[in-house]
Design a protein around this ligand. Structure first.
Ligand SMILES: Cc1ncc(COP(=O)(O)O)c(C=O)c1O
Length: 400
C-alpha cells in the first residue's frame, strides 16, 4: 500500500533516512483518499483520530489569541503558562508533582517522543517494545540508531505485558522500555500493578521507561493511572502526553513530555534546532483545554465506550473473526487469520487491501504494528458509519 515514488538512482539519501519506513497508517489514508477522489464511497475505519470536533471554548481561545496578535515566537518548549497548565493538569488527574522545568510542550506527542528517543538512545542501544506496537515507535528508535527488541504480548489475555515478560529480554545493552497504555493498536490497558512492576524493574536495572500516555484519558476500566504518580521511580521515567485524542485536537499539533529536567532540557535543545516552539496561538488553545472544564473529555469517553461495545458486538457476529475486548483508546484489533488461504488472501495486508478495494472499507493491516494475524479497526466514527462498514465486511468476508 506504500505510495509509489519515482526513484532517481543518482540521488544518494542518507543511511539514516533509509533505515525507516513511511507510516503504515498514513499509507492507508492515502489509498482511501485516492478511491474517494474517484468518487468511491469509502467507509473509513483506518483513521487514528477522534470524529468529534474540538470543544468550542478551545477554538474560542485560539481565535482570541490570533485577534490579540499572539503570533510571535515563544519560548522553545512552550510558554511558562502552558508548562504550568500541563503540570497542574497532570498533578490534578494523576497525583504527580512535576515542576515547570520538568515539562516541555512540543508539536504533538509524536514530536515529544521523537525528541525523547533522540536524546536517550545511542547507536546499538536496545529498546524493548511490546508487540503490537504503535507504528512510529519502531521507526523513531531506528532513526536514532537503536535496535528494537520485540516483546510478544499475550493475545489470549487481552495483549497483556508483564514485568516478568520484559525481564526475559533485558541485556546489558537495554537502554529503554516503551510502554503505551491504553495501546494503539490493541486498545489493551495495563493494570496499575503491571505498570508499577515494569517501572520498578527498570529502575532496579538502570533502564529508562517512556510511558506514552496519549490515550490515558480514554481508559474504559474506570481505573485511570499514570506511572508519573510513582515518585520514587521518577529518575528514569519520561511521560509523553498529547492533547490530540483527549480534546479532539489532532490537527492542532500539541503534545508534551514530563521527566527529569536534564532530559527535558536536552529535548528542548534539539527542539531549538528544529521546529522551535509549538504554534503560539495553539498554545493558548491548549491552556484553555487543560485549565477549562473537563466534562467534554468525559462525554467523549462515554461515547467511545458505546461505540466500542457496538463495534465489538458487530465484529464478533462475523463468522471467522476473533476479537478481544479493548479497554481503552478507540481501536479494535480483531484476529483475521481464519480468512488466510481463502479467495487468494494470504496475509492481513492482503485482507486489508481487498477490504479497501473490493468492499470499500478502510482498515490498517497488523503487519505495520508487528503482528501478522490482525487488522486495526478504528471506531472513532458514528454508529451509522460503523453499521455500514460492518455490513460491508460481513458480506465481503462471508463470500471469501
Ligand atoms: C500511541 C500514540 N502515541 C503518540 C501519538 C501521536 O499523537 P500526536 O502526535 O497527534 O500527539 C499517537 C497518534 O496516533 C499514538 O497513537
Amino acid at each position: 500500500m506504500t505510495p509509489v515514488t519515482e526513484v532517481n538512482p543518482a540521488v544518494k539519501l542518507t543511511e539514516r533516512i533509509n533505515r525507516i519506513e513511511p507510516s503504515a497508517t498514513m499509507a492507508v489514508v492515502a489509498e482511501a483518499d485516492k478511491l474517494r477522489q474517484q468518487g468511491i464511497d469509502v467507509v473509513d475505519f483506518g483513521a487514528g483520530e477522534p470524529h468529534f470536533a474540538t470543544p468550542q471554548h478551545v477554538k474560542d481561545a485560539a481565535i482570541s489569541a490570533i485577534q490579540a496578535n499572539f503570533s510571535k515566537y515563544t519560548a522553545v518548549g512552550g510558554t511558562a503558562e502552558l508548562k504550568d497548565a500541563i503540570v497542574q493538569r497532570h498533578a490534578a488527574d494523576f497525583q504527580s508533582d512535576y515542576r515547570r522545568e520538568e515539562s516541555i510542550a512540543s508539536v504533538g506527542g509524536k514530536h515529544a517522543l521523537f525528541n525523547a528517543i533522540q536524546v536517550l538512545v545511542e547507536h546499538g542501544d536496545e529498546v524493548i517494545l511490546p508487540v503490537p506496537y504503535w507504528v512510529s515507535f519502531k521507526d523513531i528508535v531506528r532513526y536514532a540508531g537503536g535496535n528494537c527488541v520485540f516483546l510478544d504480548s499475550d493475545e489470549a489475555q487481552g495483549f497483556r505485558v508483564t514485568a516478568k515478560m520484559i525481564e526475559c529480554l533485558v541485556t546489558p545493552r537495554t537502554k529503554l522500555i516503551i510502554l503505551n497504555s491504553p495501546s494503539n493498536p490493541s486498545g489493551a490497558v495495563m493494570s496499575a500493578e503491571d505498570l508499577t512492576e515494569v517501572v520498578r524493574l527498570a529502575a532496579q536495572r538502570g533502564i529508562w521507561v517512556i510511558s506514552d500516555e496519549c490515550y490515558v484519558y480514554l481508559d474504559y476500566t474506570g481505573r485511570r493511572f499514570s506511572v508519573g504518580s510513582l515518585r520514587e521511580y521518577r529518575d528514569r521515567l519520561l511521560i509523553v502526553g498529547s492533547l490530540s485524542k483527549t480534546y479532539a485536537m489532532t490537527g492542532w499539533r500539541l503534545g508534551y513530555a514530563l521527566g527529569p529536567a536534564q532530559i527535558v532540557s536536552a529535548m528542548q535543545k534539539l527542539q531549538s534546532q528544529s521546529t522551535s516552539n509549538p504554534t503560539s496561538f495553539v498554545q493558548k488553545a491548549a491552556i484553555a483545554a487543560l485549565k477549562g472544564p473537563q466534562q467534554c473529555v468525559e462525554d467523549m469517553r462515554l461515547e467511545y465506550i458505546q461505540l466500542r461495545n457496538h463495534v465489538v458486538k458487530g465484529l464478533r457476529l462475523i463468522s471467522g473473526i476473533r476479537c478481544t475486548l479493548p479497554e481503552g483508546a478507540f481501536y479494535v484489533y480483531p484476529n483475521v487469520s481464519s480468512f488466510f488461504g481463502r479467495g487468494g488472501v494470504k496475509s492481513a495486508s492482503d485482507l486489508a487491501g481487498r477490504l479497501l478495494r473490493d468492499a470499500h472499507v478502510a482498515t490498517v493491516p497488523g503487519e505495520g504494528f508487528g503482528t501478522r494475524d490482525h487488522i486495526r479497526v478504528s471506531y472513532a466514527t458514528s454508529v451509522a458509519e460503523l453499521d455500514r462498514g460492518l455490513e460491508r465486511m460481513r458480506k465481503f468476508l462471508g463470500a471469501l
